[in-house]
Design a protein around this ligand. Structure first.
Ligand code: SAM
Length: 363
C-alpha cells in the first residue's frame, strides 16, 4: 500500500506505521503535511506553555541511559528549597503561563510525598487556583498519586520509555526497582484516579527496531493516553549505554524519526496534547519549532533557577542550561511564532481528548 493510501485510512496497522516511519522524500513530506493539517483542524495553531521546574536531580533509580541515575557520581546533587520552587511558580503565574510542570528524579518516601502535597497546596494558594500543575516524579503508590491529585495536581507524565518488555529490560537494570509491570501499573492507577495521563518513549535507543516503535504508538492508542511526551534518545558519557554509542543511528536520523513518531501519533490520536521535547533542540537548533509545525502543541520552557540547570543533565548537549527564565520565555515566544503558531497565555490548555474521555465515561 502506498503512503498516500495509508494516510487516507482512519486506522493504521502495525505494517502501515512501519511504512510511515520509513517514508522518505515526497512520502515523508506527505506525512508531515497531513499531520500539520490534522493538528490545525483539531487543535488549531496554538501552543501552551508548561513552566518546567526541575526541582531535584536526586534519584533512587539507575536507568542505564540517564545522566541523573543514582550511579553517576560525576554530578552535583541538588534539591531546590520550597521557597525556590514557589518563586519559580510565582514567575510562571506572573507571566501568565497557564501551568507549571514539577519534575525530579524518582524517590519514594513519606517525606517526599508530604512535601509535594504541601507544595501543591501552596502553589494553588499563591495563584488563586489559576496555575495548572503537571507532575513528573516517577513511580509511586496509588495512595500517593491520589493524595497529590486531591491536593490539586491534575496531569501526570510518566514515560513508559519502551513498551517492548524485552527492550525495556535491556535499558534498565534487572531488579525490582526497574520493573516494567510496576511502571505499567502506575500508569493505570494514574488514569483510574482521574489524572490527564501522559506517557511516551525514547526514540533511537540501542537495540530498538521500527517494529518496537510501531508497537509503542499502538500501545499509546490502546491505552487511550491524553498526553504524549517522546523525544530522541541522546547518549550521556557517564551512563552504561554509552558502550553502544557506535551502533546508534546518527543524531540527525534519530531527530527525523522523532518527528515522524510525533506526526503519526497526531494522526492516530487527533485531540491529545503532544509535547515538543527539549531533547529535539539538543540536535537541531529549531527542533521544537519543527515539532510544533507537524503536530506538537505543548512547550515546556525551563524556569528552574539557572544555577541548577547544568546539574539536570539527562543527556549530552542539553540546551538552554545557561539561560534565565526570562530569556527562555522571549526566545520561545519568537520561536513559536516562527512555526506560524501562537502561544496561548492564561489558559491551562488541557487535553481535549481527556475532556471527551471523561464526558463519555460519565454518560
Ligand atoms: N524520574 C521521572 C520519571 O522517570 O518519570 C522523571 C524524570 S526523568 C529524568 C525524565 C525523562 O528523561 C525520562 O522519562 C526519560 O525518557 C528522559 N531521559 C533520560 N535520559 C535520557 C537520555 N539519555 N536521552 C533522552 N531522554 C532521556
Amino acid at each position: 500500500m502506498s503512503v498516500k493510501e495509508i494516510l487516507d485510512k482512519d486506522e493504521f496497522s502495525r505494517e502501515n506505521i512501519i511504512s510511515l516511519l520509513q517514508s522518505e522524500g515526497n512520502d515523508r513530506i506527505l506525512l508531515f503535511k497531513k499531520s500539520a493539517e490534522i493538528k490545525e483542524k483539531y487543535i488549531g495553531n496554538k501552543v501552551w506553555f508548561r513552566g518546567l521546574i526541575e526541582f531535584s536531580n536526586i534519584c533512587s533509580k539507575d536507568c542505564l541511559y540517564c545522566g541523573i541515575r543514582k550511579g553517576n557520581k560525576n554530578l552535583n546533587r541538588y534539591n531546590l528549597t520550597d521557597q525556590e520552587i514557589l518563586t519559580a511558580a510565582r514567575f510562571a503565574h506572573a507571566n501568565r503561563y497557564g501551568s507549571i510542570a514539577l519534575q525530579s528524579g524518582e524517590l519514594e518516601s513519606p517525606l517526599v510525598a508530604d512535601r509535594i502535597e504541601n507544595l501543591l497546596h501552596m502553589i494553588k494558594e499563591l495563584s488563586d487556583g489559576e496555575l495548572g500543575v503537571t507532575l513528573s516524579v516517577g513511580e509511586q503508590t496509588p495512595d500517593v498519586y491520589k493524595k497529590w491529585y486531591d491536593a490539586g495536581a491534575h496531569r501526570y507524565l510518566l514515560r513508559i520509555e519502551a513498551t517492548n518488555q524485552s527492550l525495556y529490560n535491556k535499558i534498565h537494570p534487572n531488579d525490582s526497582k526497574h520493573d516494567f509491570k510496576r511502571r505499567l501499573d502506575c500508569l493505570k492507577s494514574l488514569q483510574d484516579i482521574g489524572y490527564q495521563t501522559g506517557t511516551g518513549v525514547m526514540i533511537g535507543l540501542p537495540f530498538q527496531s521500527m517494529d518496537d516503535l510501531a508497537g509503542d504508538l499502538l500501545f499509546m492508542k490502546d491505552f487511550n493516553i491524553d498526553m504524549c511526551g517522546m523525544g530522541p534518545y541522546i547518549e550521556h558519557a557517564d551512563t552504561p549505554l554509552i558502550e553502544y554509542s557506535g551502533k546508534l543511528m546518527v543524531l540527525k536520523d534519530r531527530f527525523d524519526l522523532t518527528l515522524k513518531m510525533i506526526a503519526i501519533i497526531r494522526l492516530m490520536m487527533r485531540d491529545i496534547n503532544i509535547v515538543a521535547a527539549t531533547a529535539l533542540q539538543a540536535i537541531d537548533p529549531i527542533g521544537r519549532e519543527k515539532a510544533v509545525k507537524i503536530g506538537a502543541n505543548i512547550i515546556m520552557p525551563n524556569i528552574t533557577p539557572g544555577k541548577y540547570r547544568d546539574s539536570y543533565k539527562l543527556y549530552e548537549n542539553k540546551p538552554c542550561t545557561d539561560d534565565s527564565a526570562e530569556d527562555c520565555q522571549s526566545c520561545l515566544e519568537a520561536r513559536v511564532s516562527l512555526a506560524d503558531s501562537e502561544v496561548i497565555y492564561g489558559e491551562w490548555g488541557d487535553s481535549k481528548h481527556y475532556e471527551l474521555r471523561i464526558r463519555n465515561k460519565l454518560k
